[in-house]
Design a protein around this ligand. Structure first.
Ligand code: HAM
Length: 414
């Protein structure tokens, strides 16, 4: 027997209804804010991710599914969407044709992480990217969209963590201070952090190792190194969040696990998730478009795991059940022929969902199945009905039956 690959999952019919419900909500919700859908390929040139996410990050250094194809191209299954969106914006010059591009997506992503609750090797994300504005109101629009979306889905106890990691210049100053702070502690660091102390000490703030968390507790805060403009930008965002009554905590250790961020970074967490507590994360990436060869354009976005949303919604979340409208019970060859024709007409012309029996079951078994499927009505066509060119319509709730002429069936269902 061949099973699915570790870290992937099947979404079976009993779960797919909830997935469809969530996906519809995403489409409708983001359109309310004027965002349009973008779809990018499932794989890209590996260079795109190396250059945007950063060689030092966990994603690029150990989690990407990359391979050389038959033509010698180095390709990677997309581990995140932002880099692809930026590539697409540059390639199609969308930042020339539109002053601002407001985009959303739903996509499948691939990271070779250690699977656990809420962490998969293939997972689904939805997210948005607002490309073109460097004003704080754009930051607040993006952050509040994430926050309101979860509220709309009925989630409470959301924890919004926010930080500013400033511009490149700010980070040069800060990294120096952080390096000085960590230098004396370097013997206690893990081998990965020792390497990062040289290449990018801010990555160490992202550590999940307990004794390292203890060490960095007293590290300097980047917020204290922001320029006056960056401080003002950050303060404006906090003011707008206050105005919207959105609670937040400033988290000085929040730097996010991807290298392209500048200024604002944020995450929304839920205590319903366990260890993988981040529902979503995002931030500004004002340099990325330029770094990938486009004209300098400020941008901000976030992305969110759909599996984690589904876990947070949990088993108690009930979506309105949608059942089929009609089940056609047919007995005998001629009745089967008739049922195929009636089903087609009711589906195409009356937009009704119709199920036919394709197992040639007994009348009793077909009625039992119709009951189980919770349809509203059954159409019964037996040998007698075929002879008389009639059929029976049974209302499954009241049990009432009515005999009508076969050719009146479409007009019967208004
Ligand atoms: P990220 O923090 O890597 O950011 O991922 C965003 C969200 O995707 C996480 O908060 C989590 O809900 C979900 N996620 C990540 N990895 C996994 C996994 N292995 N299994 C299940 N869910 C997972 C980004 O991807 C950035 N592109 C976000 C962004 C958009 N920044 C600016 N624009």
């Amino acid at each position: 027997m061949i099973n699915n690959i570790k870290g992937t999952k099947d979404i079976l019919p009993n779960e797919s209804q909830l997935w469809q419900y969530v996906e519809n909500k995403i489409h409708n919700f983001f359109k309310l804010f004027g965002y349009s859908e973008i779809r990018t390929p499932k794989f890209e040139d590996t260079k795109l991710f190396n250059r945007s996410i950063g060689e030092d990050t966990d994603i690029v250094s150990k989690e990407m599914y990359s391979w050389i194809d038959q033509g010698g191209n180095n390709l990677t299954l997309k581990p995140e969407v932002t880099a692809s969106v930026v590539r697409s914006i540059i390639q199609h010059k969308l930042n020339y044709s539109n002053k601002i591009n407001k985009l959303y997506y739903i996509d499948s992503l691939f990271r070779r992480e250690r699977p656990q609750k809420g962490r998969f090797r293939q997972f689904e994300q939805f997210g948005i990217e607002a490309i073109g504005s460097d004003y704080p109101e754009q930051d607040v629009e993006v952050i509040s969209m994430a926050y309101y979306f979860y509220k709309e889905m009925g989630l409470d106890n959301l924890k919004l963590k926010i930080n500013s990691i400033g511009s490149k210049e700010t980070r040069i100053k800060y990294k120096k201070a952080l390096h000085e702070f960590l230098f004396d502690e370097q013997d206690k660091l893990t081998d990965t952090s020792k390497k990062r102390l040289i290449s990018n000490p801010m990555r160490i703030l992202d550590t999940k190792v307990d004794f390292e968390i203890e060490i960095i507790k007293d590290a300097p805060h980047i917020i204290d190194y922001l320029s006056p403009d960056e401080k003002e930008h950050f303060q404006k965002i906090l003011n707008y969040l206050d105005q919207l009554n959105i609670n937040y905590v400033i988290d000085n250790m929040l730097v996010r696990g991807l290298d392209y961020y500048s200024k604002t970074v944020f995450e929304i967490q839920s205590d319903l998730l366990g260890a993988q507590s981040a529902l979503c994360g995002g931030g500004r990436y004002d340099y990325l478009i330029e770094e990938l060869g486009g004209k300098p354009t400020p941008a901000i976005g976030f992305a969110a795991g759909i599996e984690r949303l589904i876990i947070a919604l949990n088993d108690n979340f009930k979506i309105p059940e949608k059942h089929s409208d009609i089940y056609i019970v047919s007995i005998g060859e001629k009745a089967i022929e008739k049922s195929i024709e009636i089903a087609k007409n009711l589906r195409c012309r009356k937009n009704l969902s119709v199920i036919t029996d394709n197992l040639r079951q007994s009348m009793k078994s077909q009625m039992k199945e119709a009951n189980k499927l919770n349809v509203q009505q059954t159409i019964i066509i037996g040998e007698e009905e075929i002879k008389n060119n009639k059929l029976i319509i049974k209302d499954m709730k009241s049990g009432d039956q009515e005999e009508i002429d076969c050719d009146k069936v479409e007009t019967y269902f208004k």
